[in-house]
Ligand binder design. Sequence first.
Ligand code: PLP
Length: 411
Amino acid sequence: MPPTSKDSQEHFVARWLNQRALHTHQYPAPGSWVQPQANHPINLASGYPFPDAIPRTALVAALSNVVAMEGDAPFQYSGSQASEGLAHWIAQRMQQSGLMIPDDALLLTQGAIQGLDLICQTVLDSRSLVLVQGPTYMEALEIFHNYTDHVVALSCDRPDQDFTEVLATYLASRKGNSPLSLLYLGTSFQNPTGLVLSAEARRTLVALARQYHFLIVEDGAYDALYFDAQIPPMKTLDIEGQVLYLGTFSKTISPGLRVGWVIGPAPLVEAMARFKKDLGNPLVTALTAKFLHDEDYDTRLDWLRAQYRMRGHLATEALQRFMPEEVCWISPRGGFFIWLRYPDRVDNTRLLETATNLGVSYVPGQYFYPYASHDNPKALRICFSYETPVRITEGIRLLSRALREQIVALP
Ligand SMILES: Cc1ncc(COP(=O)(O)O)c(C=O)c1O
């Protein structure tokens, strides 16, 4: 029986949770950044693909085709022939962006998130230091906090800021005993800022990893969703095997499939595979492989890029049209997100209340920083991927009204 009263719950937790779980218990619950939704607000909070971006009919057809061809196989422990080619298919695609991947360097995962979790299981212990961009993807922070308290954000939220310089200064003057394990980076169209690290910055970062002996985790979740030009992953610059790359079909097919991959040095990939006890998720990998076999993925990507480019441009136009001049943002070059910064005198709590009452949601900036940092920046993230073009414009108009009210109301 689960414990019921608060006291007995606390007793249960203290009696049974191991050190790591107890430690995690002190932090906010996963997903606590999800904002309470008023009645059907305009959703500028969630980084979801828009509803018609999910190829429902083709996915259902792919599932029937697999079953028609293979009978019970994809439903068995042993899995299906269709899924066997998936890792190879991904490796070949990655070759097009300049990455040569031996078979033992790629592991299929349940989304990029499982890949990151496996990396952490394999590499981190409770003393390890993890460096992130400040701000960074909040679910990555949730994972890091499951393993270590030592998560440090290095400032990176404006185009004129040189992240490599911030990092180099930090590394040169670093004190404390925590061994530096990894640097987690969104290299292209980062969540939440939309920023892209230049080719030169990527080269410098790889050189710093070599000099100071740490791993880089490159999160490539949005790599395929560029507006204008493809940018090769940082992993292509990695000669010594210090960069691990995370990929996913969540943004280009469907997040609910939970199919992603991690690429890294073979010994590390082998170590991660030992912790991965999902038997390769046979049904979903078979369905995904069949979908990719039957559909023209390149045409799909072209269409998605055009859709998100249109939404991104529209959002930028709406920002220019409606936002008070004290608010600044970075125009997106791909991905799903725009990071807005506003004046110090705006009260974050009141802004959120006003926006929610007006019927628009966003994610407040504080959730993109490590818990211990207590950062509560005057910034927020909006997402242009999910809503219709009309609702994106309306949502930004309402948000600008909320900001304007706060800016004017406060001395
Ligand atoms: C930067 C980043 N990485 C990873 C993910 C999650 O990927 P997956 O669904 O493949 O676990 C997201 C989703 O929002 C993301 O923004």
